[in-house]
Design a protein around this ligand. Structure first.
Ligand code: ZN
Length: 210
């Protein structure tokens, strides 16, 4: 399923209310990090193993863009993006807090195996259509997050421009575009399901490895 996937980019602190809930300031330019492709796992209703002995594990529900065409300056989101999905940017929050204090790279907090569950892909309907809809994350069948790209600090065009110019963006790359407010802890056995406009796109349950 992921043979054709290139780089997995992620945007940190891209919704104001989420930055605030973690006590972080709003960044002046997009905050980009990557995950290894090995972090990807399809959300097909199965149980996935994630670390259970490294402090709190948080879910972050996000809109994910699939790039269909190489970036060139001036290319619009609607030309670059061919598909979209929803995904979870799993984060070991205690590990991340320690890493931030030490000024170390985020990989141990964000890049572990199965840290990037992703739903099925759907055709990208165009920026204006995406703005009219919302995505939601349900934990154990209760809504915990709701996002609309209009609340982003850096909009999708700003994100693809920033990544394209600084790091490169090509067909097969993914971008996890940041999480809205409402992130929280995952407990053993929790189910996480992502919805686009009220329609389920994918689900997993978590097994916390001890
Ligand atoms: Zn995130």
């Amino acid at each position: 399923m992921f043979n054709s996937i290139g780089n997995v980019y992620c945007v940190g602190r891209n919704y104001g209310l989420h930055a605030a809930e973690l006590g972080n300031g709003v960044p002046e330019k997009p905050m980009i990090f990557t995950k290894p492709t090995h972090s990807l796992v399809p959300m097909e209703g199965q149980i996935i193993n994630v670390p259970g002995d490294m402090g709190d594990l948080h879910y972050e529900g996000e809109l994910v863009l699939h790039i269909g065409k190489s970036y060139e300056k001036g290319r619009a989101v609607d030309q670059l993006v061919d598909k979209m999905a929803l995904g979870i940017d799993f984060t070991l929050r205690d590990v991340q807090n320690q890493i931030k204090k030490n000024g170390h790279p985020w990989l141990p907090a964000k890049g572990f195996l199965n840290s990037a569950p992703i739903t099925e892909f759907h055709a990208f309907p165009g920026l204006e259509e995406v703005k009219k809809r919302e995505f939601t994350l349900e934990k154990n069948e209760k809504e915990v997050q709701r996002g609309n790209i209009q609340d982003m600090i850096f909009d999708l065009q700003a994100i693809v421009d920033f990544i394209g110019l600084h790091y490169g963006l090509g067909a097969g790359d993914l971008i996890y575009t940041g999480t809205p407010a409402g992130v929280g802890k995952v407990l053993n056995g929790d189910s996480l399901e992502l919805f686009w406009n009220g329609q389920s796109w994918g689900k997993v349950s978590v097994n916390l490895n001890q």
